[in-house]
Design a protein around this ligand. Sequence first.
Ligand code: ZN
Length: 462
Amino acid sequence: MTTRPDPGIATDATWIKNPLACWTGNTQDASNGIVIRGNRIIELVARGQTPQTTYQHSFDASNHVVLPGLINCHHHFYQTLTRALPAALNKELFPWLQALYPVWANLDDEAIFASTQLALSELLLSGCTTAADHHYVFSSIMPHAIDVQVAAASAIGSRVTLTRGSMSLGQSAGGLPPDSVVETDARILSESARLIRTYHDPAEDSLCQIALAPCSPFSVTPDLMRETARLAQQNDVLLHTHLGETEDENIFCLKKFGQRPVDYLEDVGWLHNRVWLAHGIHFNDDEVQRLGHACTGICHCPSSNMLLASGMCRTLDLQRAGAPVGLGVDGSASNDGSNMMQEVRQAMLLQKLRYGAAQFSHLDALSMATQGSARLLHRNELGEIGAGKQADLALFRLDEPRFSGYGDAVAALVLCGAQRADYVMVGGQWKVKHGMLVEYDIQEIIARHSLAAQHLTRELNG
Ligand code: ZN
């Protein structure tokens, strides 16, 4: 690997001064702001203090609540093309998937590029600076989706963990997806190795990492799960999949493999701390303890779980058992938005319902979307505001009608339903100013995306 120059050296420092409120995500006080240099936070300025560092620039944050950039641990960007699709409305997971697979089989490079840029823009505008995408649909017309995603994401400038998904168990072999979107194990593994070699950057300030992500127990073979785990270990990359999303999955696993999903996971070498699982709902007490003991990460996806009526993740039980829990919006065909700030609110509401109003606070939800998610992606330099951490920040204003009369500024963001960040910074660079993307015209991104969506669904729409 090449050695890169430290961007913190010989760069001007900026004091983001006197915020309305600053939630650091830890016990440190940044009431009077944050000093950044290059791509890092170098100093927190406590109440009544001024920076000790010499700074050349300042940013007046007196109208802003400052948060660490939010981290979305599970998405399917391409699903933004099939939001609120009539054929998939009001269905649970398996019939919902079966309605959508034939549409997704027609995805092409243009659809992937447009949906990656749209989803990342939508996330950025909601205060999300890092996103993990799970792309698992590959076909003869679109064999190189991840290469396209890398190009689209690097242009937008968000941090991404792009997971090379896969499906190898088609309908003819007893799986759920149609045969047209499954690949051979050999191709999946050689492509996975190529993508790691070409794009995975393990550096602390990395903007692009690759992880490996067979789609789910009902769409790949146990052999592929084992071989993928081996490849990930050889290359020191993370593993991701869907698990424990529905009772149907438990029934499928018992019938097909003679095991419940967590037994299956252990059997194929996936029960460890280099794995994070999307959803993680239908676990019994013993399975919660085993996942916690293994420090296997769980990505809670509350909106999707409510829309598909999948169930409620036992987030606090998993955390108490030792499993890190992060937050994700899941695909935009089961949310149907990609708004990370709204997802924080959904997590708070659903987990209050699950555990009681006093047991889960707005700060618990924010922690899940920041440090919790950073732990899942093994990104210790992200998810909180502290000296030495990456300068990923989301700043929100409270001058909309929905906030008028608020008491606690940070609580107001979550309880009153903040939807749009005013300023967003990734690695020391402003990507959003005054609620607008700095480098792109969002209307152009929407126009391109909407054309790709019309193209993709034209057969369905007659
Ligand atoms: Zn998903």
